[in-house]
Design a protein around this ligand. Sequence first.
Ligand code: HEC
Ligand code: HEC
Length: 378
Amino acid sequence: MNCRSVTIAAAAAIVLSLTSVAAVRGQAPSVAVQPPAPPMAEDVFKNIQVLKGIPVDQFLGAMGIIAAATARGCSECHRQDGPADWTRYADDTPMKQVTRQMLLMTQEINRIHFGGRQVITCYSCHRGMHRPKVTPSLVALHAAPPDEPDDIVDPAPGAPPADQIFNMYLAAIGGAVRIAALTSYTGRGTYQAYDEDAVPLEVYARAPNQRLLVWHTSFGDYAMGYNGREGWIAASQAERPVPVEFLMGQELDGRRLEAELTFPTRITQALTAVRVGLRVSINDRDVQVVQGTTVGGTLVTLYFDMETGLLTRLMRYTDSPVGRIVTQYDYEDYRPVGGVRIPFKWTRTWLDGRSVFQLTDVQPNLTIPPARFARPAQ
Ligand code: HEC
Ligand code: HEC
């Protein structure tokens, strides 16, 4: 893991820890049903002058984007007294001051020239560099174009209807009858983050939308769960400052979608405002591109292999004031489980790096005790 990955991963860690602290604070002691209103960044942090009025998880997601867009680690703008020491982040530094001006400038550009739409972001100019380039890069001009389709998909004239693509996918993995008969599964395999060693992984999934992933690190268990209502990340304090972290907003909604798509019959209802874009090529395979929005407003793009019909990529986007926070899943190694082909391997790519989930052994339709998906204790 390089330094930047470490710092951005750390940002993600505090994003989630702080939101959970807030979640706990905002809750009435005994009722745990309604997700609490998220506190704003300026309520939780000490020295917020520009990025006000946004929830804490979005604020810290924005820090992740700023770091990625300008190729700066957290400690290049913030003073730190030691690893995972967050106490001095409120101190001002010259780089923070420049960044505030940049935030205001970017807002101004969008307001004055683009009617307030978010069309210019830090990344538009910086592209992962400290300072934007003035001269076109001949190397970049003549290099092979990156294998990355546009984030916003426009409907392509003559494209097949989304339902046709969904139905081809459902047929490719086993057909509606078999899919409906798969109501749960448990699996074992490995989880590998960045360039670290693979560790044992367990997966529990129950239709329609419950899913728990647990991997066993040298620090203890690391779990990501969604139980139909709440989503969380639980980890040892060696890895994250707070042991149980609840997700909110579009991040929670994105997690719900991932859980729903574990049992893909719901794919036809999972998204609204669905449109099919131009075919693109990913890893030398032609794919159909379907984009839509979840109930909670999360933008989602699904990529289906034209030849096999299989879902090979999912991208989901969470809004922030400095651009969309993006998460990518690449699915492969489809194998039958109870007559339904599911991906045994998926790769999660985020601003902080990449991790690979590989299943080796999956059992369909075992009884999973409901307690597996219970909201973890604090
Ligand atoms: C390019 C500079 C830059 C980078 C890189 C950066 N930040 Fe920031 N950070 C800022 C600015 C500017 C503010 C104040 C924002 C405001 O005033 O609205 C801030 C504020 C914060 C605060 C609030 C502190 C307080 O109590 O007021 C936290 C926490 C934070 N950043 C975390 C991070 C983390 C974690 C990273 C690494 C992913 C990071 N930042 C990377 C510029 C940066
Ligand atoms: C319209 C283009 C543009 C946008 C948008 C933009 N920047 Fe910049 N930024 C620049 C330019 C150009 C410079 C270099 C200025 C110079 O050299 O004097 C710069 C410099 C900086 C620096 C100082 C770099 C250094 O090494 O001294 C930081 C930090 C920075 N930008 C952060 C951001 C952030 C964060 C955003 C998004 C909120 C952003 N910028 C948006 C054009 C842009």
